[in-house]
Design a protein around this ligand. Structure first.
Ligand code: GLN
Length: 540
């Protein structure tokens, strides 16, 4: 087993996740089995309880873990399914060490950061790599070198080289190189200090990657090499790019893949990067462009909808089109002019969300899409508001709502299920991770997936109330997907709804965006973008 550790310095939010993912992609392109692990030094056990406004979206894995959004990048770039163990936090490490201590597993010992916490970290990294049968594990240490909270993790990865040997470990350090417009200079001092800080905890990086607004010229890279004690060929430049998918290609061009291969004692393999090259070509020179409105509540924080944006992008690549997103603040739609808001779009997407803010605006957006026959895709909460809108305005169920927003609604068309009410006391109240969906033949959904059963990831608490399904169907709503399985265990829960007399109107209880990959775009998104392109063409 080989381990590559990625650390970052100077400032946070440099794109360590993208570097880690890109390196993973370069190794995958050489045929290796690769996994990627994200270390988050915060004390939260997982990302489920953190504000999307601050941390971006909560990414959900197949096994139902609520993780950092970098896990999503890894899955998309590496085209692998990751799990709970791929996102390691301080909270998890301490929780398990303390539980072990209480169980008496360290009897008679003084439990300390070194070796107990560091051993736990190392064991968890090894376990994930082993279980996922990886040949190479790329491990990203979140935060910035010099942070107090990342120290135990840095100490653990330092020990790895001792434990596993020189040829099985590699340290890569990513830093910011500021460019001063006035003097037209790249400044390397912060990088020098950052590497010195890393050395201070015993880690000499093997390679340095320089983030900057534009490519860092060779003489500057040579200078960095000299000052950081890294081989001249081991300093790479990662300038700003228009599209994320250019990053693996840019790094490969500079020989990063080959250098990592050599450092890890691997044979030279020619990487197959055809897909990435093709994807970048389409992104840069699309045949068509289509505008989609996203009516959500975190419109000022696109990272809160990262996987959704990626899924739209993948669907665009498949359709050889550029998908432009118009952010529409759902709250503003409550009394706003819908005509104006959706004047220049060919599709309306209502994404997932929690809480009542903006709900009535989302309901109005759905009504507009339904009546004007504009392609509509509702994800999770988006399906729920579509059901509420249909119940109120078509099925004649006045005041219909979700009990999440109105506990006293006369028609709780969206509600908590009895099974969930029971678990509520125990804390685990969400339906999380992969759940199967049985798809009815002859529906739009069946045409999109081309099969009768699929699995998509979930993250929600409320369900379409089974007591109302018959009334909704009688009024013309099609339930095209349900949860299969044994009665009482969630069987028959509504997974998907659609409308027959509409070019594209689809609501999904799951989040198919989590499974969308650049090379395997999610079928509902591909269909939605295709319908939006057709709608756009019909207007011309
Ligand atoms: N708030 C809704 C629920 O809990 C929808 C959640 C979501 O969109 N992810 O069911």
């Amino acid at each position: 087993m080989k381990y590559v550790f990625v650390t970052g310095g100077v400032v946070s939010s440099l794109g360590k996740g993208i570097l880690t993912s890109s390196l993973g992609a370069l190794l995958r392109a050489r045929g290796y089995r690769v996994t990627a692990i994200k270390i988050d030094p915060y004390v939260n056990v997982d990302a489920g309880t953190m504000r999307p406004y601050e941390h971006g979206e909560v990414f959900v894995t197949g096994d139902g873990a609520e993780t950092d959004l970098d896990i999503g990048h890894y899955e998309r770039f590496l085209d692998v399914d990751l799990s709970r163990g791929n996102n390691l936090t301080t909270g998890q490490v301490y929780l398990s060490v303390i539980q072990k201590e209480r169980r008496g597993e360290y009897l008679s010992q003084t439990v300390q950061v070194i070796p107990h916490i560091t051993d736990e970290i190392k064991e968890r990294i090894r376990k994930v790599a082993r279980e996922q049968e990886a040949e190479i594990a790329v491990v990203e240490v979140g935060g910035t070198v010099g942070d107090i909270e990342s120290l135990p993790f840095l100490e653990a990865i330092r020990q790895f080289r001792f434990d596993e040997g020189e040829e099985n470990t590699l340290y890569l350090h990513l830093t910011l190189v500021p460019y001063l417009e006035t003097s037209e200079e790249f400044k390397t001092k912060p990088t020098q200090h950052s590497v010195a800080t890393l050395r201070g905890v015993g880690i000499q990086p093997d390679m340095v990657v320089l983030r900057s607004v534009k490519p860092v010229p060779e003489e500057v890279r040579k200078k960095v090499a000299l000052f950081t004690n890294v081989r001249p060929g081991h300093v790479f430049s990662s300038p700003n790019v228009e599209h994320l998918y250019e990053v693996p290609l840019l790094l490969e061009e500079q020989g990063l893949g080959r250098a990592v291969e050599r450092a890890l004692g691997l044979e030279a393999v020619f990487p197959n990067l055809t897909f990435w090259q093709e994807a970048v070509r389409v992104l840069k020179h699309p045949e068509r462009t289509v505008r989609i409105a996203i009516a959500g509540k975190y419109v000022k924080m696109p990272d809160a909808y990262l996987s959704l944006l990626e899924a739209l992008k993948h669907a665009g690549i498949k359709n050889r089109a550029r998908v432009e997103v118009k952010w529409v603040d759902a709250e503003g739609l409550e009394n706003g002019d819908l005509e104006e808001a959706f004047r220049d779009v060919s599709g309306i997407l209502v994404p997932g969300g929690f809480g009542v803010r903006g709900i009535e605006g989302k309901i109005r957006a759905v009504q507009f899409a339904r009546e004007r026959k504009i392609p509509f895709l509702g994800i999770c909460l988006g399906l729920q508001v579509a059901v509420i809108e249909f119940a109120r305005n078509v099925a004649g169920l006045k005041g219909a709502n979700s009990t999440e927003f109105d506990p006293y609604t006369p028609h709780p068309v969206i509600d908590l299920m009895p099974e969930q009410l029971e678990v509520e006391g125990l804390g685990g109240t969400m339906r999380l991770g992969d759940w199967p969906m049985r798809i009815q033949e002859g529906t739009l959904l069946h045409r999109l997936y081309g099969k009768g059963e699929v699995k998509e990831r979930h993250r929600h608490r409320y369900e379409v109330n089974p007591a109302y399904v018959e009334a909704l169907e009688r009024a013309g709503l099609t339930v095209s997907g349900v949860t299969p399985g044994m009665a009482g265990r969630g069987a028959g829960l509504v997974e998907a709804i659609e409308l027959r007399d509409h070019p594209f109107f689809l609501g999904l209880q799951s989040h198919p965006e989590f499974k969308s990959r650049p090379m395997r775009p999610s079928p509902p998104f591909v269909g939605f973008v295709e319908a939006a392109l057709a709608h756009e063409a019909s207007l011309r």
